[in-house]
Design a binder for this molecule. Structure first.
Ligand code: AMP
Ligand code: ZN
Length: 489
């Protein structure tokens, strides 16, 4: 296990040496999607960033339990416990049951994650599947004096909590500043304080998704699900909690308060936040309506796009920026990423054909150390990519006989390429797939022409095709429906 990994901790605002609470085990919790609509590319950026982090921790030999939830209940439109339920609103709009909305967008989320080649999490808990755990946690917070019931709803008492704990620590803000920046409680006077937030919300007669509780029928506030599920699967204290930066000030701040108020422990050792994907400098978001759906990017079917891009080009585009930097979306940037990606893939193919010499004139060990140094420095993927282009340069020079590489270095370079490009950056060679698809289609075409020749009793042509393909390593089996074939070398 590499002891040199440094992680930037949002909580302390410092880079820290990564020391898991219970090595070799590492627990990570990442706030997952709210499945009332398709994820946009901004959401994908966050999940792809954590996929890279997960992959690297696995590569270092940690036994990682990666929990990423699905938010399928308790999400109101307003950020202050007001507005319509997003699931109910969408269900009405699409004339579906709320659970059909949940199912539809959960499936599409999984499909998109798989297209981007992200590894599935170890556990993917849902808010609806953990209502009783959330109720138990709320009961505990009330018992400890940090929440109060009012007319069938339960609120977290932020001012009382702040007397014992630093409520705004995750964004480095004092309570007075937070209070100043918050609007009045217009129409929400069941709350005692302006910053108080709902743990349990009373349902209305028309509410579709509701559950019984000690406080009557209702549904959980949005923040409590993550506290309840992270505690259940990772314990009262765990290593890493992640999500997009937009969650820091409210959702994660409230998660810390809930867990601390429930079990009197700071729940998370390292808080990690990904920066936003922007479009012309504005954050891509569902509500702003500037979100690209992954499908629109693959096809190019969007007014802002000149053409489509492959999922791996988009994944590579994301790897070219650090997870804590903003990433601005543009056609030029994607075209640049496409060139870079295919240069890398082509070099990988050339690498497999290189032959070794007796000695090396290139320094692969240093290159490998640089790749680790980059990833150990808070998962710095853009620096890693720059070292991988140094690998591309070396591969092409050796291929052009301008440099030499011995067997040991060649094996080291092949391993480096596999580990960093495919295992850690999570890229796939879709160039190889495309060319194998093309080869397959061409063989089918030729064999169909051979079938026509046979039907026309032109056995000379039919035999000629068979013999040529056999010479090329394509083994053909005639069947009653036509043919089967296999490439043997
Ligand atoms: P949501 O489905 O809105 O709850 O968001 C799911 C995840 O995507 C959260 O971790 C958000 O912080 C993250 N996210 C939302 N918008 C963006 C964006 N423009 N760039 C990067 N991450 C985002
Ligand atoms: Zn969350």
């Amino acid at each position: 296990m590499d002891k040199n990994l440094i992680i930037y901790n949002t909580l302390t605002r410092k880079k820290e040496v990564f020391e898991p609470l219970n090595p070799p085990f590492v627990g990570i919790y990442v706030c997952g999607p709210t499945v009332y609509s398709d994820v946009h590319l901004g959401n994908c950026r966050t999940f792809i960033s954590f996929d890279l982090i997960y992959r690297y921790l696995l590569h270092l030999g940690y036994k990682v339990r990666y929990v990423r939830n699905i938010t399928d209940a308790g999400h109101l439109e307003g950020d202050r416990d007001e507005g319509e339920d997003k699931f109910a609103k969408k269900a009405k709009l699409e004339q579906l049951e709320p659970m059909e909305i949940v199912q539809k967008y959960t499936l599409s989320f999984h499909e998109i994650m798989s297209i981007f080649n992200t590894l599935p999490p170890s556990i993917e808990p849902t808010a609806i599947g953990h209502i009783s755990e959330q109720i138990e946690m709320i009961k505990e917070i009330i018992k400890n004096g940090y929440a109060y019931e009012k007319d069938g709803a339960v609120y977290f008492d932020v001012e009382k909590y702040s007397k014992a704990h630093p409520y705004g620590q995750l964004t480095n803000r004092k309570l007075e500043d937070l209070l100043e920046g918050t609007r009045d409680l217009s129409g929400q006077d069941e709350k005692k304080g302006r910053l108080d937030f709902a743990l349990w919300i009373k349902s209305k007669p028309e509410t579709l998704m509701k559950w019984p509780s000690p406080w009557g029928w209702g549904f959980p506030g949005w923040h409590i699900e993550c506290s309840a599920m992270s505690t259940k699967y990772l314990g009262e204290q765990f290593d890493i909690h992640g999500g997009g930066m937009d969650l820091q000030a409210t959702h994660h701040t409230n998660e810390i308060a809930q867990s601390q108020a429930c079990s009197n422990t700071a729940p998370v050792k390292y808080w990690m936040h990904t920066n936003m994907l922007t479009v012309n400098g504005t954050r891509m978001s569902k509500s702003a309506g500037n979100g690209f759906l992954p499908g629109e990017l693959f096809t190019g079917n969007h007014p802002l796009l000149e053409r489509g891009y492959s999922p791996m080009v988009i994944r590579f585009f994301m790897a070219q920026s650090h997870y804590r930097s903003t990433l601005d979306f543009s056609n030029e940037a994607l075209q640049g990423a496409e060139k870079g990606f295919y240069k890398l893939m082509k070099a990988g193919e050339t690498l497999n054909k290189l032959t070794s010499a007796h000695e090396s004139t290139v320094n692969i060990k240093e290159l490998e150390e640089n790749c680790y140094k980059a990833m150990n420095d808070d998962f710095n993927s853009p620096i890693l990519v720059s070292h991988l282009f140094e690998a591309v340069r070396i591969i092409n020079l050796v291929n052009d006989s301008k440099e030499m590489i011995n067997l040991e270095d060649l094996e080291r370079l092949k391993k480096l390429f596999k580990v960093f490009v495919f295992d850690i950056l999570g890229l796939k060679d879709d160039l190889a797939k495309e060319s194998s698809d093309l080869t397959g289609n061409l063989i089918d075409l030729i064999l169909n022409l051979r079938l026509d020749a046979k039907k026309n009793k032109d056995f000379a042509t039919s035999d000629k095709i068979r013999n040529h393909l056999t010479d090329m390593g394509v083994v053909i089996k005639d069947t009653k429906d036509g043919f089967e074939w296999e490439i043997t070398n």
